[in-house]
Design a protein around this ligand. Structure first.
Ligand SMILES: Cc1cc2nc3c(=O)[nH]c(=O)nc-3n(C[C@H](O)[C@H](O)[C@H](O)COP(=O)(O)OP(=O)(O)OC[C@H]3O[C@@H](n4cnc5c(N)ncnc54)[C@H](O)[C@@H]3O)c2cc1C
Length: 504
């Protein structure tokens, strides 16, 4: 039995803790905040319950496979329901479009907007689904340390297509399928969830459209935080010790071996294995001494942090039946919006935004007669915003969204408004450049080019979470936990642990 300390109780850290504890190790998770879950937190105020970050439950099989390792049927345990419709899109100068998650109906909606686009959508989703299935089978559950495992007939056969999709920005690919701006926007927006721009992200991420158009968008009863509650409960059952309000200030090491951690109050904790689920820039440049850094300050200068964000947790009196559970609003200045965020690093005047209304399907998230709205406005990283500017921006974007949904008085119906901006990401999660999601999914920061689960300098220091392979998002972080687990236990077999039938 080894003693393992995990810095950070984000979903990746918690998921790895459970795997190691189930195999009999003594596991301690230390998080600086009062609540486990990291970005996937929960916030309650005035009778409203908000998920602080993630709200889209995608890739259900990844959750099923992970929890099955603990004999938990996650669909039953969390009452996972498919959302129908999947989401609704509002445009600055086009009628709204509802995405039903039923390909026949959605292609009919596309066809109405652009002749030929119905079939084009079907082809696009089929291509995305091909990439998705290939990714699940061969590219997500691997840290690429044994490249010969990828020399398989199926991969070699598809390699020309896969390479093209790697080398082409998704915007250029989408243009080949649909011509009208609203349809291009629908197919390109998911890149924001990967922290990148459709003008830079590789076209292989068209797999995201296979998720929302084909596989479906899901929701756990009571909100996304119920995933974290379940994760913690599973951990407790297997003996994981969760420590909150426990900021780690140092990883100790000697002779190329990590020896433990030091907490902010000076407490020294020895360990056989140290794992960081915290922001990797922070871990590498602040918790480790120079000789132990695999990714020193110089490394980060050449990397893209992706987006930051202004989040708004908003309670509204009255009802907003024109909104679905998930809603997007796209502005005409589409490319300019991305250029402001990624290239010019300017706060955009006009922004495409995401708004969830969980009270649409889950009345427990708002008091009777009220709506629960969560706004996500993508912003550039590393641009300081004063508190007063942030408040002004919030009011401006709420007013814009109100106009777009035919609710010009939205601002006056608000009974609760809490803001969380770039400075809060830095303060609460030690986020590099205030990034909301972590290192973006540019080609050079994806797949085998993303940070692997093991330190290059310390033998027993490992990494888990959204900055590591395979990347951003809750399902990706569950996979990252499996990759870190395999690295720690020297299990070199590709594929999900569930496929190893108990031999993991
Ligand atoms: C606004 C927003 C919306 C999102 N939407 C979705 C979505 O709809 N669907 C989806 O699947 N994903 C979504 N994501 C992405 C997803 O939430 C993240 O990829 C995932 O939660 C990251 O988990 P993680 O394991 O990397 O850890 P994190 O959540 O980043 O947690 C790391 C933890 O480590 C702690 N920590 C760091 N340093 C220290 C230290 N020195 N000492 C102690 N503790 C430390 C931090 O406090 C934090 O609690 C969203 C994210 C955000 C922010």
């Amino acid at each position: 039995m080894k003693k393992v300390v995990i810095i950070g109780g984000g979903i990746g850290g918690l998921a790895l803790a459970n795997l190691l504890a189930k195999k009999g190790h003594e596991v301690h998770v230390y998080d600086k905040n009062a609540q486990m879950g990291g970005r996937a937190g929960e916030k309650k105020a005035k009778g409203f319950t908000f998920d602080t970050g993630p709200s889209w439950y995608l890739m259900p099989k990844v959750f099923q496979d992970y929890f099955a390792l603990f004999d938990v049927n996650v669909d039953k345990e969390l009452s996972i329901e498919r959302l129908r419709p999947g989401y609704k899109v509002f445009f600055e100068s086009h009628e709204s479009v509802t995405i039903r998650g039923d390909l026949a109906k959605d292609s009919a909606s596309f066809e109405k907007i652009e002749p030929g686009a119905g079939q084009a959508l079907e082809r696009y989703v089929a291509e995305g689904d091909y990439i998705y299935q290939m990714a699940l089978k061969h590219f997500l559950y691997t840290d690429f340390s044994r490249l010969h495992q990828l020399a398989k007939g199926e991969i070699l056969k598809g390699s020309a297509k896969l390479l093209t999709l790697l080398a082409t920005p998704i915007h250029s690919r989408v243009k080949k399928f649909v011509k009208s701006r609203p349809l291009q926007q629908i197919l390109e927006y998911p890149m924001v969830f990967l922290g990148t721009s459709p003008f830079k992200a590789p076209a292989m991420y068209s797999l995201m459209s296979a998720l929302d158009f084909k596989e479906g968008v899901y929701y756990p009863a009571g909100g996304m935080y119920s995933i974290i509650r379940l994760m913690v409960a599973v951990g407790k059952k297997h003996g994981v010790k969760h420590h909150t309000n426990a900021k780690v200030k140092k990883i100790t090491h000697t002779n190329g071996q990590a020896t433990g951690i030091v907490l902010k109050d000076g407490t020294k904790i020895n360990a056989d294995i140290v794992v960081s689920n915290g922001d990797l820039h922070h871990t590498e440049t602040k918790l480790l001494s120079a000789e132990a850094q695999s990714y020193p300050a110089q490394f980060w200068k050449k990397k893209e942090a992706g987006i930051s964000a202004l989040l708004m947790y908003v309670g509204v009196k009255g009802s907003l039946p024109q909104l679905e559970h998930h809603n997007l609003y796209f502005v005409d200045a589409w490319k300019e919006n991305f250029t402001s965020i990624y290239e010019n690093k300017r706060i955009p005047e006009s922004a495409s935004i995401y708004v969830s209304r969980t009270s649409a399907t889950d009345p427990s998230t708002a008091p009777k007669g009220h709506e629960n709205l969560f706004f996500l406005v993508p912003l550039p990283t590393d641009v300081p915003i004063s508190a007063s500017k942030q408040t002004k921006l919030a009011n401006h974007f709420i007013a814009e969204f109100g106009k777009a949904i035919g609710e010009p008085e939205l601002g006056s119906k608000i009974v609760l408004k809490d803001l969380f901006g770039p400075a809060d990401f830095k303060e609460k999660y030690f986020a590099w450049r205030g990034t909301a999601l972590g290192m973006s999914h540019l080609l050079g920061q994806s797949a085998l080019w993303r940070i692997p689960p093991k330190s290059k300098k310390l033998k027993n220091l490992f990494y888990v979470g959204g900055n590591t392979m395979p990347g951003i998002g809750l399902p990706m972080c569950l996979i990252s936990a499996e990759l870190a687990y395999k690295k720690i236990t020297r299990n070199h077999r590709p594929g999900p642990l569930r496929d190893m039938k108990g031999e993991w």
